[in-house]
Design a protein around this ligand. Structure first.
Ligand code: DGY
Length: 323
């Protein structure tokens, strides 16, 4: 019997590609270029399974292509706001994702950005490299404490809880959170976390705010000029979730006017494009969507996709089915 035809739209860790190659008739994107919409449509017509990533935007007009062979999109990533899930459903396409395995590495990047922003790490690095450091001085590059400060989390799922654990147990931070329903009591007790009634009620109390909600229409510009104006002038905003959760222009304005002390960003509206306004600001730390970028995590993400494909082709229950 011939093997199912599988296509992965970007290069994956070599060990996972090798396993895919053993089990399927695999097509690799050898030069690792971002797929065009036309290439993606051709993939849907020619493969049994297509495995996209967060950098493949898959609106209805792409998924609705005629003469599809593909039955399953094995997304390499936990977030799936880049896929029109309703259109996928209407088209009878199964979508799977990779929850759980990138929680700690993404939370580590949130803490990295929190520390970089608080302690002006990127700014200090730029100063030293530019030869602008003239020596230690009692008032040079003073910054904000992290230990004992208050961290507000918007969204309180797996990644937010991992950030809260690192912040509370590692840095003695006080944890506030906003979530539609209360978190499990054992988690609340462990973190001494306090649930706030609304984002508006929480923001004025936070020294740091970290975003952990999905992107897409429902959360687009959740953090806008009005909400930014509720943050303390000494506070920092951290975004490792999705770029469109924050109104970039409003954030740039508030950073320029020192309405907040700083921001740390791993994700951007329309990435990989970055609003040019961020590039000249000293008080923003910018990372290139590194949340899950460890060897172990990216390998585990690939293994998750593999497990879902295996289950699908064996006719079994899919471990991470979204629709
Ligand atoms: C995801 O999996 O959604 C991440 O953004 C990739 O790091």
């Amino acid at each position: 019997m011939s093997k199912p035809k599988v296509l992965i739209t970007r290069r994956w860790p070599a060990s996972v590609e090798a396993k895919l190659q053993e089990r399927y008739e695999l097509t690799l994107n050898l030069d690792d270029h971002p797929f065009s919409l036309a290439e993606f449509q051709a993939a849907l017509q020619n493969y049994d399974a297509v495995c996209p990533t967060v950098c493949d935007s898959l609106p209805a007009e792409v998924l609705n292509v005629a003469n599809k062979r593909c039955k399953i999109l094995g997304n390499f990533g936990v977030g799936y706001n880049h896929i029109d899930i309703n259109a996928a459903k209407q088209q009878g396409l199964i979508v799977t994702n990779t929850p759980g395995v990138l929680t700690e590495s993404t939370a580590d990047i949130a803490m990295t950005l929190l520390l970089m922003s608080a302690r002006r790490g990127a700014e200090g690095d730029r100063l030293v490299r530019a030869g602008g450091w003239t020596g230690w001085c009692p008032t040079h590059m003073m910054s904000s404490d992290v230990t004992g400060a208050t961290l507000g989390l918007i969204g309180f799922g797996r990644i937010a809880q991992a950030v809260a654990r690192k912040a509370h147990h590692g840095f003695g931070m006080k944890i506030l959170y906003v979530k539609p329903s209360p978190a499990e009591q054992a988690i609340v007790d462990d973190l001494q976390a306090v649930r706030c009634d609304s984002i508006e009620a929480m923001l004025p109390h936070c020294d740091y705010v970290s975003l952990h909600c999905p992107g897409g229409n429902e959360t687009r510009h959740l953090i806008n000029a009005e909400r930014l104006s509720l943050m303390k002038p000494s506070a920092h905003l951290i975004n490792t979730a999705r770029g469109d959760v924050v109104d970039s222009s409003a954030l740039i304005k508030v950073l320029q006017e020192k309405g907040i002390a700083g921001a740390g960003l791993d994700v951007y509206e329309g990435e990989p494009n970055i609003h040019p306004g961020f590039l000249n600001l000293e008080n923003v730390s910018l990372l290139p969507h590194l949340g899950s970028a460890t060897i172990a995590t990216r390998t585990a993400m690939g293994e998750k996709v593999l497990a879902n494909l295996e289950a699908y082709f064996a006719g079994g229950e899919l471990p991470d089915r979204v629709v």
